[in-house]
Design a protein around this ligand. Structure first.
Ligand code: MGD
Ligand code: SF4
Length: 751
């Protein structure tokens, strides 16, 4: 190529969980454009406006280019060399371990980190520093989905994928504004509906959103009442005998409580009270009993029913139960495993599935969907790493909210925050920011930009390479791993994380005089960091730690991933199979090699998931239950929060792109017109939103989106007056520990 020509480099987008295949245009060593890849079967060449503007983030003048250090959080940062920076980081973690024990250090990572980064970090913390204090922001988005899949299907992650959209006849979207949060996959849903007007689209949500535009039926209800809806749909399906008796007989066990077995008669008895009339009353009266009947019938009788959900179900105190109840409908009706039918959780981030759920990035899981608590599984990991048996501690570490509570309680003395900004993204953030701002916890942040977290809480900021400036793998919603190869150099002074971890690890081994830490980095010594190093990390993870696991990725070598337009869907145990694209439907004989090899009988479906020893799907008896906080006389409104199309999370990236910022410069509070009229609020009036935890002030958008009695704000805005996590509540699901960002009580007033 002539230097002046644009060269296109393949990779995946990093700005949401869809996983669009894209190409970055580079001219004279500088990114100049981003486009879709028409051959891709994921996004067919389409990208959304965030994706399209991605390259402008890379070039931004605010990129961090030198390590910055301050001994106290009250001081100003000073630039220091990489050698000094890594020495300080190693010294602080070593001192914390020596003086306060192994559990006084912690890692808090991200569903946007590359798999190689999450895997390497957790190896250093568990195998090197001997703590399971390994957590990440996927706790805030996907933990309830993980809990739901494990308890209902015995295995994490969806059975099918996006390819079911083009075959589905009924699409049930609950608790998801996928038009904004997963725009390109929503485009596929929209195309299906436009091409086939007979396809039913049902949207169940307390708020009318852009997603609702294509719905035939929109069910609008009070936040937190949808467990009643899902049970009422099951009630209709059972009463009208719309369930699949043969499927239930062959593949299903029924459970209640902590997995106590019950029979169908007891389940039927439990459903007895969930009549459509009963549910409609709980849901607030806008949904009619006949609508519930209609929705249940269409769900059960279509040729293929495909459900989508995301944070509206996950970010709830009953998040796991809500997931179970959607899976229940699919299990009852047999709307699973066939073309066009699936219970498909949309993932919250580009690599929450691949890196964190599969790579061992949460406090209770090790790589390859292994549980920390199981000795045999810990030993397998220790053996793969060549470290002594018993080196990984048996106790899971702190989950996210417990970890930041431990920071408040001064139990965590050194913490590494990678690729996330908890100062803005934690619920009830004022409470946790107090602890993070104190000098009791030494904090290292690896980021590409300054953030509210680096400003308030970091002692040491390490500037990193960005997407396309390093090589690594992401795994999206549908069990699909995709590689992005380094296309350009990072800004001078910024380094890929895998290099940072290795260099820090070497110093840490010296300071703690610990040969096992040195052993953890030994396989990666001497490798060039742009490609060889991440490849060696990927090889160790995929070859040694996914072998025989349900996410077997041995066939998905870098070489194979580089050949495949859309990456590979696991399980993919061999290269030959991975080169076909991998497993489109899990558990189906003839499609999934694990189902073939685990076959215990001659049935077409084989449920080999590690969490269900009986190899069955579990139908759960789960009652309607209230959220942690419901409106009362003092705080009479429900507050809900979510995403919009123009921005991503804390806006640290999209807020720096002027086109995206202009499209949506600041947050506003959506108020239903009936409430606005009653309270004298007009469009654009400034409104104060107060909960038991904090206050925001922002302009009103008067609009029939939220149901009467509910207000909604997007959470991306960093401005102190509009940072909605000062107001949200930090209650969490007792099973998944995922916080209830979606529901709390507040009052509003015009100011
Ligand atoms: P992000 O903006 O995604 O938000 O919240 P966060 O993870 O805190 O932070 C990513 C950071 O990584 C940015 O600072 C970015 O600059 C940096 N970064 C980007 N690329 C790289 C890289 O290659 N290397 C490094 N080292 N850094 C990089 C997300 C969290 O927020 C999540 S996952 C959810 S689902 C929650 N959603 C939610 C909600 O719905 N409502 C409310 N109210 N709050 C929420 N908070 C949660
Ligand atoms: Fe990127 Fe998501 Fe937009 Fe696709 S839909 S281009 S993955 S932000």
């Amino acid at each position: 190529y002539a230097a002046s020509e644009t060269v296109w480099h393949r990779g995946s987008c990093r700005l949401c969980g869809v996983g669009c295949r894209v190409e970055l245009g580079v001219k004279n060593g500088t990114p100049v454009a981003l486009r879709g890849v028409p051959e891709s079967r994921t996004n067919f060449g389409y990208v959304c406006m965030k994706g399209m503007h991605f390259w402008k983030v890379m070039n931004h003048a605010d990129r961090l280019t030198t390590p910055l250090y301050r001994a106290s959080k009250k001081d100003k940062f000073k630039p220091i060399s990489w050698d000094e920076a890594l020495d300080i980081a190693a010294d602080k973690f070593a001192t914390a371990v020596k003086e306060h024990g192994n559990d006084s250090v912690a890692y808090y990572g991200s569903g946007q980190a590359l798999t190689e980064e999450t895997y390497f970090f957790q190896k250093m913390f568990r195998g090197g520093l001997q703590t399971n204090n390994v957590e990440g922001n996927p706790r805030l988005c996907m933990a309830s989905a993980v809990g739901g899949y494990l308890t209902s299907f015995g295995a994490d992650e969806p059975i099918g994928g996006y390819a079911d959209i083009e075959k589905a006849d009924c699409i049930f979207i609950i608790g998801s504004n996928m038009a904004e949060a997963h725009p390109v996959v929503f485009r596929r849903v929209m195309r299906r509906k436009l091409d086939n007007p007979d396809v039913t689209v049902i949207n169940a949500d307390p708020r009318i959103s852009l997603t609702s535009r294509i719905a035939d039926i929109h069910l609008q209800f009070h936040p937190g009442t949808d467990l009643a809806l899902l049970n009422a749909m099951a009630h209709v399906i059972v009463k009208e005998k719309l369930y699949d008796e043969a499927f239930l007989k062959d593949y299903v066990a029924i459970k209640k409580g902590k997995a106590v077995s019950i029979d169908f008669a007891e389940y039927e008895q439990f459903l007895e009270k969930y009549t459509p009339e009963y549910a409609a009353k709980i849901m607030g009266g806008k949904v009619t009993p006949d609508q519930i009947r209609e929705v249940a019938r269409r769900f059960a009788t279509s040729k293929g029913t495909l459900s989508f959900w995301t944070m509206g179900l996950n970010q709830r105190k009953q998040g796991v139960w809500a997931n179970n109840l959607v899976h229940n409908l699919h299990i009852l009706t047999g709307q699973l495993l066939k073309e066009g039918a699936d219970s498909l959780s949309l993932t919250g981030q580009p690599n929450a599935c691949g890196g964190v759920r599969e790579g061992g990035g949460l406090c209770h899981i090790l790589p390859g969907h292994r549980l920390v608590a199981k000795e045999k599984l810990r030993n397998q990991v220790e053996e793969a790493w060549g470290i002594p048996k018993g080196r990984i501690p048996p106790k899971p570490g702190y989950h996210t909210m417990a970890m930041f509570t431990a920071v408040n309680e001064k139990k965590i003395k050194a913490m590494w925050v990678h690729c996330t900004s908890p100062v803005q993204s934690l619920p009830n953030c004022n409470l946790y920011n107090e602890g993070m701002a104190k000098d009791d916890c030494f904090m290292v942040c690896t980021d590409i930009f300054p953030t509210l977290t680096t400003e308030l809480a970091a002692n040491l900021i390490l500037p990193t390479a960005f997407h396309f400036e390093k090589t690594g793998v992401y795994g999206c919603t549908e069990r699909r791993s995709q590689i992005t190869r380094k296309a350009i150099d990072p800004p001078k002074g910024a380094k890929p994380e895998v290099w940072i971890i290795r260099e820090w690890g070497r110093k840490l081994a010296e300071k703690l005089n610990d040969p096992v830490i040195a052993q953890c980095i030994k396989p990666f010594e001497g490798l060039e960091e742009g490609y060889e190093l991440p490849k060696a990390i990927w090889d160790e993870y995929s070859q040694k730690l996914t072998k025989g696991r349900d996410n077997d990725l041995r066939g998905a070598s870098y070489e194979v991933l580089e050949q495949m337009y859309d990456g590979v869907q696991w399980p993919a145990p061999t290269e030959a199979f991975a080169l076909t694209g991998g497993t489109v439907k899990k558990f189906v004989r003839g499609m999934d090699p694990m189902a073939d090899s685990h076959g215990k009988d001659d049935k077409p479906y084989q449920f080999y998931g590690p969490a269900h020893p009986d190899q069955k799907l579990w139908l759960w008896q789960r009652p309607q239950a209230d959220p942690e906080e419901i409106p009362d006389a003092e705080y009479p409104f429900y507050l809900s929060t979510g995403r919009i199309i123009d921005h991503w999370h804390t806006m640290s990236m999209t807020g720096r792109v002027k086109e995206l910022l202009r499209a949506n410069p600041y947050s506003y509070i959506e108020v239903n017109p009936a409430d606005a009229k009653r309270m004298g609020i007009k469009p654009g009036d400034m409104v104060e939103i107060t909960s038991r935890r904090g206050t925001n002030i922002m302009p009103a958008k008067v609009y029939e989106g939220p149901i009467e009695g509910m207000v909604f704000a997007y959470w991306h805005d960093q401005h102190p007056d509009r940072m909605i996590n000062k107001v949200t509540k930090d209650a969490y699901d007792p099973g998944s520990k995922e916080p209830e960002f979606k529901i709390c009580a507040c009052r509003i007033k015009r100011v």
